[in-house]
Design a protein around this ligand. Structure first.
Ligand code: MG
Length: 248
């Protein structure tokens, strides 16, 4: 069931989203060679809790940390720990905060020092594809319009869209209906209505689209070992167009 939020709900939810966005920004600022992913997770958790909020991901389905931190060929769901970030790594951070009874969810990929041209181009295309998807998140459009916009943007540039994982509705639950694939057919899928809140989150690979989950049950990597990037915003559909709620 797709829930539609009232304008009061959206105001409350925006506060959770702002906390998420500020946590992501802090995490991104901490990305540099020599830092462990565990240290970044601690910074993020400390900030979220200092706001009186709860890290959405901590213990969600048994996930053991507050942020997913995914390096290079890790697409999503990397578990923070002892891994030391190296110069040239690209580091995807995905973080959510629960506050006022609502979740905010966002992600971005950050460069650790100077990174390859290939990495820079992938990050830029992935971020741009998120905004392409958001521009299609207009009342009256359909879910397929969002995915088609993301897919079109990245595929002409030679990248591929991860299909095994998708974006989602978000609100009182971290994952709600509808699914928001980063691929699709224009004009297909559920119709977008004011008050829907969606986590739009392209996961884009430099090589092929295939991914596999490692033995820890979480860490999801590209099958071909090539780079992957991930950008995400929580977006409200409104009568006046899409509103990005996860702004710091
Ligand atoms: Mg998400």
């Amino acid at each position: 069931m797709i829930t539609v939020k009232s304008s009061r709900d959206l105001k409350l939810m925006q506060e959770a989203c702002v906390i998420s966005a500020r946590a992501l920004k802090l995490g991104g600022e901490a990305v540099e060679p020599g830092v462990t992913t565990g240290e970044i997770d601690r910074i993020i958790r400390k900030f979220i809790e200092s706001q009186g909020a709860t890290p959405s991901f901590l213990n969600y389905g048994g996930f053991p940390a507050s942020a997913c931190i995914s390096i290079n060929d890790t697409v999503i769901h990397g578990i923070p720990g002892q891994r030391v970030i190296q110069k040239g790594d690209i580091v995807s951070i995905d973080v959510g905060a629960y506050f006022n009874g609502f979740h905010g969810d966002n992600a971005a990929t950050f460069a650790a020092g100077e990174v390859s041209e290939e990495a820079k181009a992938l990050m830029k295309a992935t971020e741009e594809s998120l905004y392409e998807g958001i521009r299609a998140a207009v009342s009256g459009n359909r879910i397929g319009d969002i995915g088609a916009a993301v897919q079109r943007y990245v595929e002409v540039r030679g990248y591929s869209v991860v299909r095994q994982f998708v974006g989602h509705g978000v609100g009182t639950n971290l994952h709600e209906d509808p699914s928001v694939p980063n691929y699709g057919t224009p004009g297909r899928g559920p119709r977008l209505l004011p008050g829907m809140t969606l986590a739009i989150e392209p996961m884009i690979n430099a090589g092929g689209p295939d991914v596999k989950i490692l033995g820890d049950g979480w860490t999801t990597v590209t099958t071909d070992g090539r780079l992957s990037a991930h950008f995400e915003h929580t977006v409200a559909i409104t009568a006046d167009g899409p509103v990005i709620l996860t702004r710091p």
